[in-house]
Structures are given as structure tokens and as C-alpha cells.
Design a protein around this ligand. Sequence first.
Ligand code: PLP
Length: 463
Amino acid sequence: MNEVKINLPDSEIPRQWYNLAPDLPTPMQPPLGPDGKPVNPEMLKPVFPMNLIEQEVSRETWIKIPEEILELLLKWRPTPLKRAVSLERHLKTPAKIYYKDESVSPAGSHKPNTAIPQAWYNKQAGIKKLVTETGAGQWGSALAFATKLVGLECKVFMVRASFDQKPFRKMMMQVWGATCVASPSDETNAGREILKKMPNTTGSLGIAISEAVEAAVTDPTGSSRYSLGSVLNHVLLHQTIIGLEAQKQLKLAGVKHPDIVIGCAGGGSNFAGISFPFVKEKIDGAKIEIIPVEPASCPSLTKGPFAYDNGDIAQMTPLLPMYTLGHAFVPASIHAGGLRYHGMAPLVSAAALEGLLKPRAYDQVKCFEAAILWSRTEGTIPAPETSHAIAATIDEAIKAREEGKEKVILFNYSGHGLMDLVGYDQFLSGKLPAASLSEAELKESLKSLEGLPKPSLAKTGRW
Ligand SMILES: Cc1ncc(COP(=O)(O)O)c(C=O)c1O
């Protein structure tokens, strides 16, 4: 009988997060202010508390997780490492498919791994309220949960497309005491401007970020801060607990290291969470193929240039060195709302630039097909975002069968899809449209990069 669940006892929860930045062969390029000069930590103070800014710029490889945070994470961590034996059997593959089950968190995804520390550090810094944006609603519900446990207020700007498709996520936020409004809204200058230009827009993460940053920094009490669920270094740092646990669990299963590591990538934190500890192993010499999977309709890593770009449409954030489709990009209204972001985390972008990753992009129809096969073999219903990782896993398992190789595949099961059944309904009734970005749309969107400073392109030929 194959072992299907590899659990770690509470006492084995990792005590430190892993920071990839100091281990990258080429140092990352700094974020820039509107004047084109590197941003200094002081300038970020109206947006984030200093303890998180310190993590954002840290050059330490290992960062201690405070005991109080560990205590909160223990409510659902360590998460199980599971083996997808029924899917393996169905595919007749010699590959072993392992996955970290992040859907067991209270909010149903990996997002609470950073929501808890972010809420806790803000509380330590005397902040009273966090403002954020959310795509699919996963991040908004995770922050609503975390702020309630830690004792902060929470306001969430939710991308209109998901607000309409996924009312249950909004209700979850309300259960945890947060306020949730559809973005673009008429509550901020950024939202009003967009509504004037595009009254019927389905919104985007870029727009919602502009609204949330504006609402946080213009709070007259000065006690609100902004919180981001992906992209930034400190967010990716908090997520590395996933890969660090997986390393311990694979050892228990007798696996030295996986051959392939897969994660879906929106802003990049889920992918970083599962993969960065293995990127370290790869830098140290292990042979591991590491695959971020993004939607064909929002292909920043596979189609975008590596450029300096803003994180939001109103250009309120610093310029970040990243693969991007341009900050004015509004992606198609796919069901994987959490993957609709125009850029990719600078740390993930830097690892891709180094050639450490092999990104790929899939259409949502292929991903839903994979999700259905998963549900009908393994039983659980994955989030549409997660289905991107499942589609790549299935492709790799079939390739292993064709090559007759007993590969070990690890992927992150980033969330469940129990609030995403509308997407499944559309797929099953044959109404789900394919969605990929055309060259003409890409060209148009990249115009928003004109006039911005350019990063050093020593390692890329794509600009
Ligand atoms: C279930 C799930 N998986 C993956 C992602 C993508 O996360 P990231 O932006 O960290 O790449 C999201 C984002 O909302 C999500 O909800």
C-alpha cells in the first residue's frame, strides 16, 4: 500500500522563513521612485510598517518566525503532503505525484500564510486598520480572517469581475468582520477616474491596488496601512513555509529531492512559496526543473518583457524590476481571478532571468479539463488558479510515462474551488470561452511602459 498522507507533527513546523534574495547569483535591481532613483525604506513608511519594510529589504537568508505567529499558523499548519495515487493510476504514469494541500487553511488557500504575519507585524507597530485589494477573493478573505484573529480592522477592494462571480467570498470577509467593496469604486480618486473612462470595466488587480493604497495613505487618522497579498519580497518570504515543510515531508517519504516542482503564478507568492527552497537546492547543484504556470490570457513571464513597471494602474507604487504586460493591462475576465495580474514578483522575475525557472502558460479551458479529471480521480475540487498547476502536472506525468521515467513531481495545491463553482458550471455546460492574449493586445498594453526607466538587461534578450 502506498503512503498517501505525509504529516509533520506541530513540533516540526519550520522556525525560520527562507529569503532567496541573498542567494541569487546576480543581485536584484532596486525598486525606483517616480524620479527614477532607488526607493529608500523611509519612503515606504506611509504604506507599510517598518518591521515589514525591514523584511522587504533584508539581505539575511533565514528570518526567525516569532513564536506568536507560529502559534497562529499552527491552527492549520503544518499542512499535509499528499500523494495523488488515483491520478497516477489513471494516467498510467510511473511518476510519483506529490502535492502540498494548502486548501486546508481556514480561508481555503495559501494566502493566510502571509496574512497572519502581516496582520501581526502591523499590530506590533501600533496600526489599527489594514486596507487591501483582492482578485478572486482568496486574499481578501485570508486578510479578513487574520486581522480578526490579531485584532485589527480590515477593508477590501474586490475586483468587480470576481465580486459579481463569487459573492460567497465577500460573505466570508463579512463573517470575519471586514468591509468589502467592488473595484473600481467611487470611494477613491483612482476608482472614479477609471469609472469615468471605462464605466463597464470588470476591474483588475492593478486598479484595485491603486484604490487600496490611496485609501490607506489618505486615512486622516494615520493609523491605516496597506497590505499586499503577493508580489513583494516579504510576502514571498512568508510563503516559503510551504516549500520548507515539503522538504521535510519528502525526506520522510524517502525522496532526496523532487525532479519537478510546479506552482501556478499570479503575482508569484504561491509559486515562490512552494519553489524557493528548491530553487536554493538548484542553485546549490541539485537537478530540479521548476515550473511557474500562468494563464495564457495574462502571460507576464512567458510573453512580457523584463522591465521597470508600476505595480498598479494609477502608478502610485514604486517601479519594480519585473516581467510585465504593462501597468495599464486589463486581463480577460477568466475564472482564475487570482492570476489576473499584469506583473510578476521581482524575486520570481529575477529567478526567471537567471534561467532557474521554466515558465509556461495555459488556456483556462485546458485548466478546467485538468481540474475535472483531478476531481474525478482524487476527489477534491481545486480552485481555478490551482488548476493551472494541475494541468502542468498532468502534462509532466504523461511525459514521464512516454519517456518511461520514474520522476517525482511536487506541486502546490494552492486552494479549493468550493466558492468557484460558477466557473465549473460554465465549463460543464460548454460555455467557458478560451482566453489568450493576442500580439496586438500585448503591443497596445506595452505602450504604458514607454518613458519609464529600463533595467539592466544583461541576462535577457526579450526587450
Ligand atoms: C487559490 C489560489 N492559488 C494561487 C493564487 C495566485 O497567487 P499569487 O498571486 O501569490 O501568485 C491565488 C491568488 O489569489 C489563489 O487564490
